[in-house]
Design a binder for this molecule. Structure first.
Ligand code: 2NL
Length: 345
């Protein structure tokens, strides 16, 4: 019996060694350790042994069983590791292969123009100021020298939330708020980009929502010459060094005197064409010297401080720069349109 058990152990261990995969190993386990296997059989036959021999043989049978079990477990682990390694080898990826191309998006043209204008003025020492689009009547109109009954309010009809709260019609309220924060001390040197709203009927050149950029400088000894020089630098840097500018008298309730700035037409070189409507000049923006009432309402002493301000519509600037014929292109978000502008990377 003992010899039989030892032979069984050797035979089983050999088969474990030979098992090529997990299935073969499991077959070995069932064959030698299973209920119908030879070891179970030996244990069952122990009834016929003497009381002296029985425990000896029992112990040996258990040893043999333990040895086979341990060998199977060890082999099991080895086979599993091998399987994992094989799988890993199969799934190896070549990281040097070129990747699948990723379609790159781009900023909206209005974002690009706004950022380009911001960069330009940041380079001249301005900081960027932002404020709410839902605004108080006070900051949108009153603080800008447009009292409740002022006829110029008609040109900037808005969307009202309540009697006193409305969608801002320009970015000037941000400038009024910023001046107020300075508590009567200069210098103030800011540009304010942002969305504005007007009650208007949409067409190729009008939109009830559009974007503005306004600039404001308040300090001692600021003159119209500073406005002129600033606008000239802006025009040449943004539209090209070959452009001329001219200022024409105009009217805004918040500036006195007020001007409108034109740039020379590049298309016809000043001779007159359809873009400049035969004049050789294209209107770009409005501006002027900050009205003393506006300075005083914001807490500045208008006998000590002066300032200039200007404002432009971002869509109009973009349309002129790129020859876009309809303002509504900006808002319909057709990528065939919005992906065409690679001005500012
Ligand atoms: C235009 C003209 C303009 C201003 C904006 C301004 C702001 C303050 C004080 C005085 Cl706080 N002025 N802004 C001045 C003149 C013209 O905008 O055509 N914008 C689209």
């Amino acid at each position: 019996m003992q010899e039989k058990l030892q032979a069984l152990q050797q035979e089983a261990l050999q088969k474990v060694t030979d098992a090529a995969d997990l299935k073969a190993l499991n077959d070995v386990r069932v064959a030698y350790l299973g209920k119908k296997g030879p070891i179970t059989e030996v244990l069952r036959g122990m009834g016929s042994l003497s009381a002296e021999e029985r425990p000896k043989l029992g112990a040996l049978a258990n040893e043999v069983r333990a040895a086979i079990t341990a060998a199977i477990e060890e082999k099991h682990e080895a086979l599993e590791e091998e399987a994992v390694n094989q799988q890993l080898a199969l799934e190896k990826i070549d990281v040097t292969l070129p990747g699948a191309p990723v379609k790159k998006g781009n900023h909206h043209p209005l974002t690009k123009i706004t950022e380009q204008l911001e960069d330009l003025f940041l380079g001249m020492g301005y900081t960027i100021a932002e404020g709410p689009e839902v605004e108080q009547d006070y900051y949108n109109f009153e603080a800008l020298n447009l009292p409740k009954s002022h006829p110029a309010r008609d040109m900037q009809d808005s969307f009202y939330i309540t009697e006193e709260i409305l969608m801002r019609t320009h970015t000037s309220p941000v400038q009024a708020r910023t001046m107020e924060k300075h508590e009567g001390k200069g210098p103030v040197k800011i540009i304010c980009p942002g969305k504005v709203y007007r009650r208007d009927n949409d067409d190729a050149t009008h939109s009830h929502q559009f974007m503005q950029i306004e600039g404001l400088v308040v300090d001692e000894n600021i003159t119209m010459a500073d406005l002129n020089g600033t606008l000239e630098v802006f025009a040449k840097k943004f539209f090209g060094e070959d452009r001329e500018i001219r200022l024409r008298p105009s009217f805004f309730p918040f500036t006195e005197p007020s001007v409108e700035m034109d740039i020379s037409c590049k298309i016809c070189g000043g001779k007159g064409c359809s873009v400049c409507k035969g004049t050789g000049w294209i209107e770009i923006l409005g501006g002027g010297m900050v009205h003393p009432n506006v300075l005083e309402m914001a807490g500045f002493d208008s006998s000590k401080y002066t300032g200039f301000a200007f404002g432009m519509g971002v869509e109009r600037i973009a349309m002129l720069k790129y020859g876009i014929d309809d303002i509504r292109h900006f808002y319909t978000n057709d990528v065939r349109f919005t992906s065409q502008f690679h001005c500012h990377e």
